[in-house]
Design a protein around this ligand. Structure first.
Ligand code: CA
Length: 250
């Protein structure tokens, strides 16, 4: 059964979410503080499939909780509830590791559609993990993998290997990278990425994308300040280059 954790201190809203998500067939737990949410995330087994995390919480706020989740290796897809009229919240949320966001107040139907979207993107991960143990010997070639140079990204294991280093990717980092790789060699706009990767059509601040690019560059560029794979296309967005021409560099 799909498990959802709602971290929200407004009881009225939290219970409304529980009622409606349970009606959708999800199993729902509610935490009223970030601290309680982190404790449940660390303790519950099997873990949660999706987290709905409010920004405004007593004690640790949503951004702090988000950052602590990712830092402690909890990569569960997370949707943040942000305050309308605070566009910087979206940027901060993404910077902290959120996968998606929804400004309050929101339409319940939209929230449920977003949750379904996050679960869909996660389904293939579950399927592949259950088919083959991750530590099987000899190592099996992951089905959903893309290699370039000495780097390989595995979309079913959600990790990027750079020589002997392994960087775990969040779901949305992997999806951004997948989108760029799919358009290899061609410029893609920030707006197109927000629409295609997140399904966002409203007026979202397109700088949200830049956080993901900064993070991905840190993993896959030898020198993130002089990127060779994830190039900025001025006035447009970004372009992924799998095999940069071997040019003499100073
Ligand atoms: Ca709240």
């Amino acid at each position: 059964m799909t498990r959802v954790l709602v971290v929200e201190d407004e009881q009225h809203l939290a219970e409304g979410l529980r009622f409606n998500l349970e009606a959708e067939g999800y199993q729902v737990d509610v935490a009223e503080t970030g601290e309680a949410g982190l404790e449940l995330l660390g303790r519950e087994s099997p873990g949660y499939d999706v987290v709905i995390l409010d920004v405004m919480l007593p004690g640790k706020d949503g951004f702090t909780v988000m950052a602590e989740m990712r830092k402690s290796g909890l990569y569960v897809p997370t949707l943040m509830l942000t305050a309308r009229g605070h566009p910087d919240d979206v940027l901060r949320g993404f910077a902290a590791g959120a996968d998606d966001y929804l400004p309050k107040p929101f339409e319940l139907a939209i929230l449920i559609a977003r949750i379904r979207g996050l679960l869909r993107r996660r389904e293939w991960l579950h399927a592949s993990l259950h088919q083959a143990p991750a530590n099987a010997h000899p190592p099996q070639e992951p089905k959903d993998q893309f290699s370039f140079g000495e780097k390989a990204v595995s979309f079913d294991l959600l990790e990027l290997r750079v020589r002997d280093k392994v960087f775990p990717l969040t779901l949305m980092e992997a999806n951004v990278l997948r989108y760029l790789i799919r358009h290899e060699g061609r410029p893609v706009s920030r707006k197109a990425m927000l629409e295609e990767v997140w399904g966002l059509h409203e007026d979202t601040d397109t700088r949200a994308i830049d956080n993901f690019i900064v993070r991905l560059r840190r993993y896959l560029e030898d020198d993130p300040t002089h990127p060779r794979h994830l190039l900025t296309v001025r006035g447009v967005g970004y372009r992924f280059v799998a095999s940069p021409a071997e040019t003499a560099r100073p």
